[in-house]
Design a binder for this molecule. Structure first.
Ligand SMILES: [Zn+2]
Length: 60
């Protein structure tokens, strides 16, 4: 029996609309992409920048 451990790391992303940096926690070792539209699949975090823009960070 194996135990799967997922660790999260804080990484910095930029708002696609204004470039404002925000930090988001993503699974360690995953590749992330920033989208300004939501997709109905994949692991993602919703981020709201300090100027109120909402975007999505996908990890895979
Ligand atoms: Zn923004």
């Amino acid at each position: 029996m194996t135990t799967k451990r997922i660790t999260s790391v804080e990484t910095e992303v930029e708002c696609p609309r204004c470039g404002e940096p925000s930090s988001v926690a993503v699974p360690d070792g995953s590749e992330i992409s920033v989208r300004s539209t939501v997709a109905a699949f994949g692991d993602h975090e919703t981020v709201t920048c300090s100027r109120g823009h909402r975007y999505w960070v996908y990890s895979c």
